[in-house]
Design a binder for this molecule. Structure first.
Ligand code: ATP
Length: 448
């Protein structure tokens, strides 16, 4: 494994500032002073997040024949969480500082003897187990019998629908059910921007296999998932797979590994891949009375499949892509650009919010017409931005900060030669391309 670079603490503030400045992520309810640790994805951020989820879906569902999709309900009755073990076990140890009254998650403290807020020593209360699920009430009457929970993970939807999918999809083990959607956890200490929030999006897949095959499928999915991040441009030296120690494993898991990314504060989790055995199907079978098994006709054998679960965070992964893509470089002045340091997000084209920006050199009507025609030719293919104000150099810099792989400039020569200038984000090289060839020119560079 290549040697990991040191974490870059300054990078965090730079990325958070850029997110606000360029419309990636805004604090929620900002005009009311903000709502702690909740965020809204702005015009550019929503594209980034969607691209992350689409890339995951493409790799996990579209390009395979053994995985099908699902979109299950977020609200669910207590019986589900009773069976899954979440009502009892989905807790974090909570401690209060007796001096400053701040609350912390005991297992995330650097030093369990010292309060990181006020520095007091041995000021913590005994740890209490705090359940992370959000509870609410369905219908007009609050109280016993009306309680429902917001799901803290998408995974249970796959177990609850195991039988439905098996009966309708013509799949048999090994096969998977994949889901992307919101999950909710009442985190004690949300933080690090969108890394840990109370409302977030997950991308999870439950892969059901014959019991004897589970170790090999576990290895397979660990490798597949690590490759996914690499293939989308995350540098290999900022990614690693870390196997859990015995004492870190959940009671039902025989093996778990995390895909970790080198965040500005150090290595931290992007995704967990777990061998969950037959725990979930057996629990739901016992609590619901349904048979959650597979009957293998060829072998005349009935069994409860084992499950390999790759569970990733979409919002957390979007943030990691931002951190990985951020770059500053010294450049000579380009066009009428200001300053000599260029900030550029070097996103993989599949992740980049906009793929192309169409920029008429001036706002004059004779350029607007052809520029909107170029835009109309590109829009059915890719998400495009259109910007006609400010000097061209500044507009290039803006697109660099959005991570747009290509800028297409329509100038006065275009009126004569029916061609445009295509500028590459990374090299800043420019080339003249006939408008008629533009889509064919860009396709192999964008659809990779
Ligand atoms: P942690 O120990 O950090 O609380 P976890 O190991 O409980 O997290 P999982 O239950 O394995 O997390 O969830 C799978 C993935 O969902 C995580 O790897 C992460 O990417 C994402 N995720 C979990 N909790 C949050 C959160 N509060 N905010 C954003 N993403 C989250």
């Amino acid at each position: 494994m290549p040697e990991a670079p040191a974490p870059d603490a300054a990078l965090f503030d730079k990325v958070v500032n850029l997110c606000k400045r360029r419309g990636f992520v805004f604090p929620s309810a900002e005009i009311y002073g903000g709502f702690r640790s909740t965020y809204d994805y702005g015009p550019v951020g929503v594209l980034l997040l969607r691209n992350v989820k689409d890339a995951w879906w493409r790799s996990m569902v579209q390009l395979r024949h053994d995985v099908v999709g699902l979109d299950a309900a977020i609200l669910s009755p207590p019986a589900v969480w009773e069976a899954s073990g979440h009502l009892k076990n989905f807790t974090d140890p909570l401690v209060d500082c007796r001096v400053c009254h701040e609350r912390f998650r005991l297992d995330k403290l650097d030093d369990p003897e010292v309060c990181p807020n006020c520095g007091a020593k041995q000021s913590f209360t005994e740890a209490r187990q705090f359940n992370l699920m959000f509870k609410t009430y369905a219908g007009p009457v609050e109280g016993a019998g009306a309680e429902v929970y917001l799901r803290p993970e998408t995974a249970q939807g796959m177990f609850l629908n195991f039988k439905n999918v098996l009966e309708t999809s013509r799949k048999r083990p090994p096969f998977g059910i994949a889901q992307v959607g919101k999950s909710f956890r009442n985190e004690i200490t949300p933080g690090n921007f969108v890394f840990r929030t109370r409302e977030f999006e997950q991308m999870e897949m439950e892969y059901f296999v014959p019991p004897a095959e589970s170790p090999q499928w576990y290895e397979y999915w660990c490798q597949q998932r690590l490759d996914w991040y690499r293939d989308l441009g995350m540098p290999a030296e900022k990614l690693r797979l870390r196997a859990h120690d015995e004492d870190e494993l959940s009671h039902y898991s025989s093996a778990t590994s995390d895909v970790e990314f080198l965040f500005p504060w150090g290595w931290d989790e992007l995704e967990g891949i777990a061998n969950r055995g037959d725990y979930d199907l057996r629990q739901h079978a016992a609590h619901s009375g349904e048979r959650l098994e597979y009957f293998d006709q060829a072998a005349n054998e009935r069994y409860v499949p084992h499950v390999i679960e790759p569970a990733a965070g979409a919002t957390r992964t979007a943030m990691a892509f931002l951190m990985a893509a951020y770059d500053e470089e010294e450049v000579a002045r380009e066009g009428q650009g200001q300053g000599d340091v260029r900030t550029v997000l070097r996103f993989h084209p599949r992740v980049a919010p906009y793929k192309v920006a169409v920029l008429p050199l001036s706002k004059k009507p004779e350029l607007q017409g052809p520029a909107t025609e170029v835009l109309a030719a590109l829009q059915p293919e890719w998400m495009c931005d259109y910007d006609e104000t400010q000097a061209i150099g500044r507009r290039y810099r803006r697109q660099d900060e959005l991570g747009t792989p290509f800028c297409v400039t329509v100038d006065f020569d275009s009126l004569d030669d029916q061609a445009v200038t295509v500028r590459d984000r990374d090299s800043m090289a420019q080339e003249r391309v006939p408008i008629a060839d533009l889509v064919d020119h860009l396709r192999p560079r964008l659809d990779v």
